[in-house]
Design a protein around this ligand. Structure first.
Ligand code: 5GP
Length: 205
């Protein structure tokens, strides 16, 4: 069985990544979504082990020391990191694993896994991003400003990504994401085993 693809989905806070990924997993099989560890406090309605593994700073630092995270980063004052065991197991079993992480983590993943697929999700405009952050109502004014400032910094790094997905209409964006990942499966570089085999078979006909 061929290994799954490691897919990174980044995007400005408020770009609608959470909804997008939830819908992708509902609509299509063969995806696994990695659940990160974080030191940020849970938002209303968030559950430990579902949206995140919520950990204290000490607990998080222990995970780092023990090598249990593939990558981690600080984002607007909190740690966020990707647990290693789940990701490796799912990739081995042939699932495409999606990491919803910010840009520093994405760049580390690209360094470690050259064949990772990096997708950047953006709302159609900066005004729309601000509107979504305000209507989401999960952050106060100061935090919204911090996240918008951070979005400006992240925008500088978009050219490190492989594909841009504009999240205007949810269903179209979900389908575009699925198509990009499926196309990635068809790349010759990812199918060298098949190519070798058919070449051998053709020679022996
Ligand atoms: P939020 O607090 O809005 O849930 O997430 C803040 C940012 O942290 C988002 O851009 C999200 O993609 C990113 N993030 C979530 N989990 C991880 C992770 O495991 N590693 C890294 N590097 N970033 C993460």
């Amino acid at each position: 069985m061929s290994k799954g693809i490691l897919v990174v989905a980044s995007g400005f806070s408020g770009a609608g990544k959470g909804t997008l990924l939830k819908r992708l997993l509902e609509k299509y099989d063969n995806y696994a979504l990695s659940i990160s560890a974080t030191t940020r406090a849970p938002r209303a309605g968030e559950q430990d082990g579902r949206e995140y593994f919520f950990r204290s700073r000490e607990e998080f630092e222990a995970l780092i020391q023990e090598g249990q995270l593939i990558e981690y980063a600080e984002y607007v004052g909190n740690y966020y990191g990707t647990p290693r065991a789940y990701v490796e197991k799912q990739l081995e079993s042939g699932k495409d694993v999606i990491l919803e992480i910010e840009i520093q983590g994405a760049l580390k993943i690209k360094e470690m896994f050259a064949d990772a697929l990096l997708l950047f999700v953006s709302p159609p405009s900066a005004q729309e991003l601000e509107r979504r952050l305000i209507t989401r109502g999960t952050e106060d004014e100061k935090r919204i400003q911090n996240r918008l400032r951070r979005a400006g910094e992240e925008a500088e790094g978009i050219d490190a990504y492989d594909y841009l997905l504009i999240n205007d209409d949810l269903e179209s964006c979900v389908d575009a994401m699925h198509s990009v990942i499926q196309s990635e499966h068809c790349k010759i570089q990812r199918n060298l085993g098949f190519v070798q085999t058919i070449l051998q078979e053709l020679k022996s006909l």
